[in-house]
Design a protein around this ligand. Structure first.
Ligand code: NAI
Length: 685
């Protein structure tokens, strides 16, 4: 046995306790200990059955990913499960917290599964670019059949206990004491075994298998892990289980060291690190129960919904009754819609609505622990709002701005308490998007920032800390990327070609389609505001201004970079735009040349890397991994490509230096070429 595993007894039932805090990850020590425990129990005549249970907050919540970059050490999980299956005595898995990935595979190798209400079970391996490698793809179909197994494994769904029971993934759900219930269950099994390996795979209709496969590949963007998962599950219907297991393992081993898997592990580790800030380590988040939201527009209502979903009391304040009524209606409609599609029950919707207070009276905000401002993006308006907040908010309340571009310090300066002011930059739709930039003003107190990070977590967000700088991390990198794409249409490409090249790389949408979707006028107004301070020598692409001047503001006006027929759907390249672009190039004396898709992708991605290096050097982002989290969670950068920093590291120093020289040559005057050193902190994965 190892320190991670101990055997306790309840009469003739052995209880194998997995104790590997914090999440009982299936490490080599756990596997070694389990194997030894199973062997010991098999030989002990006084033991009739066994229970496997987790100490602390959870069962095995997943495998230890730190081991995944190296050859896996023996014993590997399939050997542990094989030992359970051949030990001659029934073994019951007692699940609480989370039994995911290898943890759930371990449970599937047992004779029965009992869980505490509130437990999550599932096989989310594909989200890490791999497939279940310890029998999940062979044992799960023996319970639910091929189509449902494909659906569950390809979506990586974490299944709550009640649904798991309905599907047969677990045999029993208990409310109270798990351990005695598991012991009783083990005794009930008597001496017989009830292993999944001995069950037949239920016969499935070919049409249903085909439909599940099609949906899975589409949802999973046809990535290698999804294809392998579908194949492995389908094989369970055809092959004897041991053959199916061997194939699954081979596919798992191959995928484990694949590029997708390395990129996704890099993001996994970046995410874990994102919550840890050495200089905030001692800061205690302030207590937050009541959140105030000022401004009930697009963002304010989305933020209010996120806060209501997160269980907070919410106070929504607007400048006039009409705007307030619109916002409140939007929130009510949102919940009614969720109920209508069966995503929320009536009681939960009523509970959320009941936690919302709305009004135009600012004193409503006096009880708020955190106020988030989401009014118009104008400094004077925001400063006025913060002046008023300063007057009504209780001492110690955290005051946050959702500004996208404005100077947080200038906003904080409108108050007598700049220490309490932070930025909370949500992304639209705020109740859906996971990314949250937590902005550190010059004066922001550590515990105010810690509060922002903690509330972000409670809202189910991924909070990433950024310094107060124009565009913070995300919009700043995205602007550099879009600018490079504008250079390329000025040099010879057309918007549809640039978009297609970047969509084929994996972006959810190309930059010009995105611009049309969000509306070209916001950036136009910003360019006008900056016109006076712009470096007259720097390369300036006039195409976006010309589109705006022609009234083409994007989808909302039916035309932008594209033409939108039938109510804004379905983008079509527009000859008028081609003409406008050709003329813009001609006026600058640029001889248009064809750009191939490879050049487009390289330049767009290098522009991101270059900007990421600049803002790391400036300290806007604290760590390289944060940049990748922002791009993959807020800007449609394909997760399986890891993010710009991951790509830069993969490229390596020498090649990157050459690439950036090349990019600088194409960027023209005003382009700042970065030193790539800050990107190359340590190796990916
Ligand atoms: P919006 O125009 O939809 O909503 C702004 C709301 O604020 C309006 O309902 C308006 O009546 C209200 N308002 C204006 N002045 C007020 C005052 N003095 N007191 C109380 N309420 C007032 O704007 P949106 O899109 O929701 O943006 C709000 C903020 O969020 C801006 O700072 C914007 O930069 C930022 N943001 C917007 C994103 C987006 O995608 N729309 C994304 C991230 C941040």
């Amino acid at each position: 046995m190892t320190e991670a595993i101990r055997i306790e007894r309840d009469g003739d039932v052995a209880i194998i306790v997995i104790d590997n805090p914090p999440i009982n990850a299936g490490s080599v020590a756990v596997r070694r200990g389990l194997l030894a425990a199973i062997e010991e129990i098999g030989q002990d005549a006084a033991i009739r059955a066994a229970v496997v249970i987790g100490a602390g907050k959870t069962f095995v919540a997943g495998s230890d990913l730190r081991e995944f970059d190296l050859p896996l050490q023996e014993p590997q999980l399939p050997a542990v499960i094989a030992a359970i299956e051949s030990c001659g005595k029934p073994v019951v898995a007692a699940l609480h917290g989370a039994a995911l990935g290898g943890g759930f595979e371990l449970a599937l190798g047992c004779d029965g599964r009992i869980t505490l209400a509130g437990t999550l079970v599932g096989l989310p391996e594909v989200s890490l670019g791999i497939i279940p490698g310890a029998g999940g793809t062979q044992r799960l179909p023996r319970i639910v059949g091929i189509p449902t197994a494909i659906r569950l494994i390809a979506s990586g769904e974490r299944v709550p206990a009640a649904k798991a029971l309905a599907l047969g993934l677990v045999d029993e759900v208990v409310d109270g004491a798990l351990r005695p219930a598991a012991v009783a269950f083990a005794r009930r099994l008597g001496n017989g075994r009830a292993l999944l390996r001995d069950r037949e795979v239920p016969a499935a209709d070919d049409g249903k298998v085909a439909a599940a496969t099609r949906d899975a590949l589409k949802l999973g963007r046809n990535r290698p892990a999804i294809r392998a998962a579908v194949e492995a599950v389908a094989a369970a219907a055809r092959l004897p289980i041991d053959e199916g297991l061997a194939r699954e393992r081979a596919a798992f081993q191959e995928l484990r060291v694949s590029r997708d898997a390395r990129a996704l592990r890099h993001l996994f580790f970046a995410e874990r690190e994102s919550a840890r800030h050495p200089d905030l380590a001692d800061a205690v988040p302030r207590k937050v129960e009541r959140i105030g939201v000022v401004g009930a527009g697009t963002m304010g209502t989305g933020i209010a919904i996120a806060a209501l979903d997160g269980g907070f009391q919410v106070v929504l304040v607007e400048r006039d009754d009409a705007a307030l009524a619109r916002g409140v209606r939007r929130i009510a409609d949102h919940y009614a819609g969720r109920v209508a599609v069966g995503k929320l029950d009536e009681a939960a919707a009523a509970d959320r609505n009941s936690r919302l207070t709305a009004g135009t009276d600012w004193t409503l905000l006096s009880g708020a622990d955190l106020v988030i401002e989401a009014v118009f993006e104008e400094l004077a308006v925001k400063q006025d709002v913060f002046r008023r907040l300063d007057a009504v908010a209780r001492p110690g309340a955290v005051l946050a701005s959702n500004t996208s571009y404005l100077d947080l310090d200038a906003i904080a300066a409108a108050t007598t308490r700049p220490r309490d002011v932070i930025g909370l930059h949500f992304f639209s739709p705020a109740n859906v998007m996971r990314l949250l930039e937590v902005v550190r003003g010059t004066a922001s107190a550590a515990d105010a920032l810690a509060t922002g990070l903690a509330v972000g977590k409670r809202l189910g967000k991924l909070p990433v800390l950024t310094a107060n700088a124009f565009g913070f991390i995300g919009n700043r990198i995205y602007a550099a990327y879009r600018r490079q794409c504008e250079f390329m249409i000025e040099e010879g490409a057309y918007p549809e070609q640039v978009d297609a090249a970047l969509e084929s790389f994996g972006f959810a949408m190309g930059p010009f389609a995105v611009a049309d979707l969000s509306g070209l006028d916001i950036a136009w107004r910003m360019r006008q505001a900056q016109a006076a301070t712009r470096d007259p020598q720097a390369r300036y692409v006039t195409i976006p201004d010309r589109l705006c001047e022609a009234g083409r503001l994007g989808r909302k006006t039916g035309a932008g970079y594209y033409l939108y027929a039938d109510g804004g759907r379905g983008r079509q390249p527009d000859p008028v735009v081609r003409d406008l672009i050709d003329r813009a190039s001609a006026e600058k004396g640029i001889a248009r040349r064809p750009l191939d898709d490879d050049e487009i992708r390289r330049r767009a991605l290098l522009a991101m890397m270059n900007e990421a290096a600049l803002l790391l050097a400036e300290g806007v982002a604290a760590r390289p991994g944060d940049v990748d989290l922002v791009l993959t969670n807020g800007y449609g950068f394909p997760r399986w490509e890891g993010g710009p920093v991951f790509l830069a590291r993969e490229r390596g120093r020498a090649a990157l230096e050459r690439d950036l020289d090349w990019l600088a040559g194409l960027g023209g005057p005003g382009f700042t070429r970065a030193d790539p050193a800050p990107l190359l902190g340590h190796t990916p994965g």
